[in-house]
Design a protein around this ligand. Structure first.
Ligand SMILES: Nc1ncnc2c1ncn2[C@@H]1O[C@H](COP(=O)(O)OP(=O)(O)OP(=O)(O)O)[C@@H](O)[C@H]1O
Length: 310
């Protein structure tokens, strides 16, 4: 396998997940995920708790064996890519030695790689220079994340896989974290990060893959995904609503999804004023009407039904 830097092909498939599935007993954590990520892409894996983000990252890194399907990095096995030093990772459970200093932690990893960054360079890029001589056990949550980031980048990897890298960081720490990350992506590295936050995905990623219940429910640019997520939900009661009514409601202007529970409707609408006018025009008997900004959970529900961006 040639070194990725020598290929220089922007269409190169850095991550290729095919029919990927992982079950834990009765739980299906990842359910038939097909995903191709190419060189230079910055991709957010966005989803609520339990969506399967961490499991997908673990499978991509070869840390967990798929129940079905395959995960490839740089056209080969995850193990080969990791041994070659092409992959840096920050995982949720990844611990550092508590008695080592930040500098020692970074140096330890640098020592096992063929073409690492210098330790000082990794510390500088991760904004750890000032905490370099502190013991890991004494770091705050946000400082620990920065130290883990320095460890992840010291091999000078082509690909970074980051599982909720800004967990435990305050707003200012998040901002500086993404600034230091930008330096790395500007050099053409590929970054995949898991997050719960749409704003973080929107600001930093150029592609958002939304996961829910182990499945990809949307995959598009932040603008495409936001258009679906940022709509409103109209809830109302329509006595004796029939299947024919449901079909007719789905075809109203601006409706992206409909959920029916008995006589109660929940409509996802891109332009709720227009949809509501049309709905009342057709069904004047509508009552108990509520219009609310769509929460992330509503958006995930809407997407599961509409699969609008697939
Ligand atoms: N080792 C395991 N044993 C049993 N169930 C597991 C295991 N790992 C994950 N799961 C389950 O698989 C599902 C997906 O979990 P996963 O951690 O991948 O989601 P996530 O999107 O990363 O969630 P979070 O944002 O909370 O980290 C969940 O229902 C979780 O409880």
């Amino acid at each position: 396998m040639p070194a990725p830097g020598t290929l220089g092909n922007v269409n190169e498939r850095v991550i290729e997940l095919s029919g990927l599935r992982k079950t834990f007993g009765r739980i299906t954590a990842v359910d038939c995920v097909d995903l191709t990520i190419r060189r230079g892409e910055v991709v957010a894996l966005l989803g609520p708790n339990g969506a399967g983000k961490s499991t997908t990252i673990d499978l991509a890194l070869g840390l967990s064996t798929p129940t079905a399907g395959t995960a490839q990095l740089f056209g080969g096995t995850p193990r080969d890519a990791i041994v070659a030093g092409w992959v840096g990772a920050m995982l949720q459970g990844g611990a550092l030695l508590p008695t080592a200093t930040v500098r020692e932690s970074v140096a330890l990893i640098a020592a096992v790689h063929r073409t690492p960054l210098s330790v000082d360079e990794a510390l500088r890029r991760a904004r750890c220079t000032e905490i370099a001589d502190q013991k890991v056990a004494k770091l705050s949550g946000g400082q620990t994340q920065r130290a883990r980031f320095a460890v992840a980048i010291v091999s000078n990897p082509e690909l970074l896989l980051l599982d909720e890298p800004t967990a435990a960081m305050d707003v200012e720490a998040r901002r500086t974290f993404w600034e230091s990350m930008r330096g790395l992506t500007d050099e053409g590295r590929t970054v995949v990060f898991a997050t719960h936050y749409l704003d973080e995905a929107d600001t930093f990623a150029d592609r958002i893959v939304m996961l829910r219940a182990g499945r990809v429910v949307a995959d598009g640019t932040p603008a495409q995904v936001k258009a679906v997520v940022s709509g409103r939900t109209i809830r109302a009661t329509l006595p004796s609503v029939s299947e024919a009514d449901a079909a007719s409601i789905r075809s109203l202007p601006g409706v992206t999804a409909l959920e029916l529970r008995g006589d109660r409707l929940a409509l996802a609408a891109a332009d709720s004023d227009r949809t509501l006018r049309a709905l009342l025009g057709r069904y004047p008997e509508l009552r108990d009407i509520e219009v609310a900004a769509r929460s992330m959970d509503d958006a995930f529900l809407a997407l599961t039904e509409a699969e609008a961006l697939r």
